[in-house]
Write a protein that binds this ligand. Structure first.
Ligand code: ADP
Length: 515
């Protein structure tokens, strides 16, 4: 049986008072690990638990995960975070969820059992399907309706692959016996014991089946990919009613009221509520989102247009750019070259030298992403001399994160016809003061850290809390939003222009595309 929040006395919707002892739980179902955090009304993360999850690579370029492992691990960390903190489900006012995007699960409506492993967002197995769709001339219609590049990254061709390759799947789908979901949908369905089959608009916008203008599943796109509409979940706002966690999972049954794809949850966690607001998450890769308001801006520079925020009865669109190798370059220095012990040492090492000695490292380890899009490009270090040493390489690696972000941000500005006012940053590598100062110098604008190293789960908590009146509105979130260090642009213009020119020269040398 599901309790209502008011019955439990967590939230008094009438006079909007909240007992000080209630909390929001947020889940972050990531690619390599799942997490659960507990947040208090001052936005402080008071407890967290996490668990790694496995990834399988059954063939080169194929990426799979076990949906039941994701579910079981997520439930395990929900229990662990309560146990660790002593804050149990009777004090959880609402639950928010952020998740790895695009990853695709198809399961049987009757048994609830997946008919195949989850196909991961990184999986390239559907490249031949994509080639066929491009040859058939569908690139434009897909771009117009979904804002996305026709690419194996998005869920649509992954669903088609399952229907075409798992024995009996297409017939079952046509008979209405199968359900598709991204990880949010899979988790919500199971956490609510099958009562709620839904996704949110930010996750839907990554499937290549969702029309981001009409905010509906699109019949023409479903036809193109041969996917029956009956296997698609209901699409809701990111801050909405997703039912209650079943009593089999939590003794008391908090409502699920916040759902967003990880990058959009992070965007919300950064309070990027207004047109022009932009965030960059510096992790293994970099993920950049710029708020373009109520306008879908189509990119001329290889960026994606997507739903950035779907809250408060209003959609804000965004431009999105991803950088494949950012913090991973530091891992490479540590694990492959063995020239550093800890990622955290790199700021001091980079700062120990005066300048970059005209040495540039282009980490095109798996091709170049936005704005160059050259899948065959490979990494390069330019400008080595006999005087180059460990610090030269470390500095070049650190600078590469800032240069790559610079290129994406300038593309965003060109596409949106707007100038960035400041950049909000999170992610482990955003704690590297050298990189952040260098980023501010390159861009000529302030770079501002969030206090929380990671805003993904926080954003999911915000979305959940808004729905139940835990926080009143976006203004309250903004007022409480805790910031870390602020890096003001410094450095000489001539010097910066020199660095950018050296970087772009190095990028040009990695390119395989004839210009
Ligand atoms: P993700 O969420 O993508 O797994 P994180 O935000 O935890 O990533 O960031 C991890 C990455 O950040 C690693 O690749 C690591 O090398 C890099 N990293 C961590 N700390 C620093 C630092 N102080 N300076 C530069 N890079 C760092």
């Amino acid at each position: 049986m599901a309790y209502s929040l008011t019955d439990l006395g967590f939230v008094d919707h009438v006079n909007n008072t909240i007992p000080g002892s209630s909390y929001i739980m947020a889940l972050d179902s990531g690619t390599t690990s799942v997490r659960a955090i507990i947040v208090d009304e001052y936005d402080c993360i008071v407890a967290q638990a996490s668990k790694p999850i496995h990834t399988m690579y059954p063939q080169p370029g194929w990426v799979e995960q076990d949906p039941t492992e994701i579910l079981a691990s997520q439930i395990a960390v929900m229990a662990e975070v309560q146990f660790k903190s002593g804050i149990h489900s009777d004090r959880i006012a609402a639950l928010g969820l952020s998740n790895q995007r695009e990853t695709c699960v198809v399961w049987d409506r009757d048994s609830g059992q997946p008919i195949y492993n989850a196909i991961g967002w990184q999986c390239r197995r559907t490249a031949p399907i994509v080639d066929e769709l491009i040859a058939a001339g569908y690139e434009d219609v897909i771009r117009q309706k979904t804002g996305l590049k026709l690419d194996p990254y998005f869920s649509g061709t992954k669903i088609k692959w399952i229907l075409d390759n798992v024995s009996g799947a297409r017939e079952a789908a046509e008979a209405g016996e199968l359900m598709f979901g991204t990880i949010d949908t899979w988790l919500i369905y199971n956490l609510t014991n099958g009562l709620v089959y839904a996704t949110d608009m930010t996750n839907a916008s990554r499937t290549m089946l969702y029309n981001i203008h009409t905010l509906e599943w699109d019949d023409e796109l479903l036809d193109i990919l041969g996917i029956p509409r009956s296997m698609l979940p209901e699409v809701k706002w990111s801050s909405d009613d997703y039912g209650h966690v079943s009593s089999e999972v939590m003794t008391h049954t908090p409502p699920i009221t916040g759902v967003a794809g990880d990058q959009q949850a992070s965007f919300f966690g950064h309070c990027c509520f207004n047109k022009g607001d932009t965030k960059n998450t510096y992790g293994t890769g970099c993920f950049l989102l710029m708020n373009t308001g109520d306008e879908v801006v189509h990119s001329n520079n290889g960026l994606i247009s997507t739903i950035g925020i779907a809250e408060g009865g209003k959609v804000s669109y965004s431009l999105e750019g991803s950088i494949f190798h950012a913090g991973s370059v530091i891992q490479w220095l540590r694990d492959k070259l063995g020239i550093i012990k800890h990622a955290a040492d790199t700021a001091a090492i980079a700062q120990s030298v005066e300048g970059n000695d005209d040495c540039y490292l282009v980490p095109a380890f798996s091709g170049l992403g936005a704005p160059w899009w050259d899948p065959m490009a490979r990494g390069l270090i330019t400008g080595l001399t006999a005087a180059s040493d460990r610090a030269t390489l470390v500095r070049a690696a650190c600078e590469s994160m800032a240069y790559q972000s610079y290129d994406v941000l300038r593309s965003m500005e060109a596409d949106a016809g707007m100038k960035l006012a400041e950049l909000s940053v999170d992610g482990a590598a955003s704690r590297n003061d050298f990189i952040m100062q260098f980023q501010a110098n390159l861009l000529g604008i302030p770079v501002v850290q969030t206090e929380a190293v990671e805003t993904t789960a926080l954003g999911a908590a915000y979305l959940a809390g808004l729905a139940v009146g835990y926080w009143e509105d976006r203004d309250e979130l903004q007022a409480d939003h805790a910031l870390g260090k602020r890096f003001m642009p410094a450095g000489e213009e001539r010097e910066i222009a020199h660095c950018l020119s050296g970087w772009h020269d190095a990028v040009a040398r990695t390119r395989t595309v004839i210009q």
